[in-house]
Design a protein around this ligand. Sequence first.
Ligand SMILES: Cc1cc2nc3c(=O)[nH]c(=O)nc-3n(C[C@H](O)[C@H](O)[C@H](O)COP(=O)(O)O)c2cc1C
Length: 222
Amino acid sequence: MLPTCWLTSSASAASPMSMMIWPQWLAKDKKIRLWYNRAMENQQQHKKIIVIYTSMRRGNSERLGDAFSKGAEAAGHDVEKIYLRDQTIQYCTGCEACEHTGRCVINDDAEKIVRKMVWADVVALALPVYFGNIPGQLKTLFDRMNAVFRQPYRFRKVVVLATADQNRPEMFDGVWQSVESWLLAFPKAALAEKIGVGGVNRRGEIEGHAALRQAEDLGRRL
Ligand SMILES: Cc1cc2nc3c(=O)[nH]c(=O)nc-3n(C[C@H](O)[C@H](O)[C@H](O)COP(=O)(O)O)c2cc1C
């Protein structure tokens, strides 16, 4: 059976700048309006994109993430890649100290990654499907975001780039659901784009798949 690819999209939420309320006297000032319009254009053109590579191997989801990153870079966006295999991220212990302090008591790489995620415009998650769901390393990172979900955040768009062995669309349902459950804590952000590539199991089996072009195009048109 041929590998298939499912691609869906929805409109992104408004940017924080576009939601600003201006005092009358400031809104009437031509120079201020010009500056604001330029800033808005600049903001729309150059987005900060964090790509989280979650697989422990250099495999299919990484290749898909790279295609997306290539497109985003070609469009002039600022892309930062984070490989979870190079990071130390401990489990949330449920101590709930962060509920009072806004900071996690565990001193590892999670805090810096979480900060980058919430202050990006777009967060892209490149992931292998594990038992019909997101891999545990990504869930552990989501759990460590308990410290920040009541605080201001910038990201509005989440992109998921997933690969799986089985070539059935329902194999990705658990992934979309998990990401959407995580985003319930960040209601201004949405799972805006998702690509699920089935039928790719061996490392590098995705090479030549049409989904690579789709991921690159997606990065280009963010
Ligand atoms: C622990 C584990 C669980 C997996 N569970 C599934 C699964 O439920 N469904 C499926 O289609 N593929 C499953 N796979 C296969 C991977 O999703 C597939 O090989 C994927 O392309 C790997 O991506 P990577 O090369 O980026 O790691 C599993 C693989 C592993 C190692």
